[in-house]
Design a binder for this molecule. Structure first.
Ligand code: MRU
Length: 356
């Protein structure tokens, strides 16, 4: 049976000198609209304001962002030295657009490394062709990684309903997703269950995006406020929790959307297995502990005036970390494209991620 079509989060268009097209996720589920980015400012703005979001998807956007930077050098008729300097300066801006998901820096570094294979006399057009090849490779690879993660994840999901957090589907990646791919693959294999998704305060990626993606595929989905997760897990209705990741350290500590840590603690309290799903590009083996992961803090307005509607009195301040860290000891297994890492230890991580 042909698997159902999944939404596309971003694509490259060769029209009019080339542009990165992004499905504007801030408008979903109400409106499906694409924005075209022909300069790096627009790419950085789209990443910062979560028009494109999710660790693998922002990595892919960073890769194409370098192609956009080379396009700027072509338009400004820069010579080879100035073109390379321009792309490198824009690479630093792209990599810093959001600090927590390591996939962004990883993808930008890959593009920059590809440039090192080019002669120093390479023109802006040469740089652009090389960067486009690398960005397309990253994008294509992510599609394949998502499929593998979906297969491995479906195999370890126990029977019963499943709870997830934030959005880890096609919108968050270049393919079918990570944690959500495990769920949709299990469904496509004929298993039947209900998916519970936290609404995911404050920007509602669970309610707006995960519920939309699952609804498109006809998979039953129930949205709960984040604070209802403890009550749901205590009811015994949920067989497993599965979430994505923005950065996983060498010992398995995992940064993911704010609220994930609370969910892991609650899952442990109720003996419900808690899984993380992520590609190898989400691992940062240069750091040991979760305390070393930079946690993005976002604008207070996202909390004080959700979706533009003022909820707190003028003068109130907000604490708005976008991510938290779940310690490895609370994670039953990490699903990667290479298989499931369980138990989660430094040794099992290194063994799974080492080149075959
Ligand atoms: O702030 P967001 O929406 O980019 O946060 C996304 C998440 O936390 C996802 O769980 C994570 O990036 C994995 S996406 C496959």
């Amino acid at each position: 049976m042909t698997p159902p079509a999944v939404p596309v989060s971003l694509r490259w268009s060769d029209e009019a000198g080339g542009r990165l097209e992004i499905l504007d996720q801030t408008l979903l589920p109400g409106r499906l609209a694409w924005i075209g980015c022909r300069d790096v400012d627009a790419v950085v703005e789209a990443i910062r304001s979560l028009r494109v979001r999710g660790a693998p998807a922002i990595g892919i956007a960073g890769g194409y962002g370098l192609v956009v930077a080379a396009g700027e050098a072509i338009r400004d008729r820069l010579d080879p030295d100035a073109s390379r300097a321009h792309v490198l300066a824009q690479a630093a801006r792209l990599a810093a657009a959001r600090p927590t998901a390591v996939n962004l820096r990883w993808a930008v570094d890959r593009g920059v490394a590809a440039l090192e294979t080019l002669s120093s006399t390479g023109t802006a057009a040469d740089l652009q062709a090389t960067l486009l090849g690398e960005a397309r490779a990253i994008h294509d690879e992510d599609r394949r990684l998502c499929d593998a993660i979906g297969r491995h994840g479906a195999a370890i999901l126990p029977d019963g309903d499943v709870l997830t957090h934030c959005n880890t589907g096609a919108l968050a990646t270049g393919g079918a997703g990570t944690a959500l791919a495990a769920i949709t693959t299990a469904w496509d294999q004929g298993r039947r269950f209900r998916v519970y998704t936290d609404e995911t305060r404050p920007l509602l990626q669970g309610a707006r995006l995960t519920a939309w993606e699952l609804g498109q595929r006809g998979i039953p989905v129930t949205v709960l406020v984040d604070a209802a997760a403890g009550h749901l897990l205590a009811s015994g209705r949920v067989g497993a929790v599965i979430v994505g990741a923005d950065r996983i350290t060498a010992c398995g500590d995992t940064a993911n959307k704010i609220g994930t840590y609370s969910l892991a603690v609650l899952a442990a309290a109720h003996a419900v297995p808690f899984f993380v799903a992520a590609p190898s590009s989400t691992f940062d083996l240069s750091i040991e502990s979760g305390t070393e992961i930079p946690i993005e803090e976002r604008d207070a307005a996202e909390v004080l005036a959700p979706l533009g509607v003022r909820a707190a009195p003028a003068g109130a301040t907000a604490f708005n970390p976008a991510f938290d860290v779940t310690p490895a000891r609370l994670i039953r297994g990490i699903v990667t494209e290479r298989g499931v890492i369980a138990p989660v230890t430094r040794e099992t991580i290194v063994r799974t991620l080492s080149p075959a």
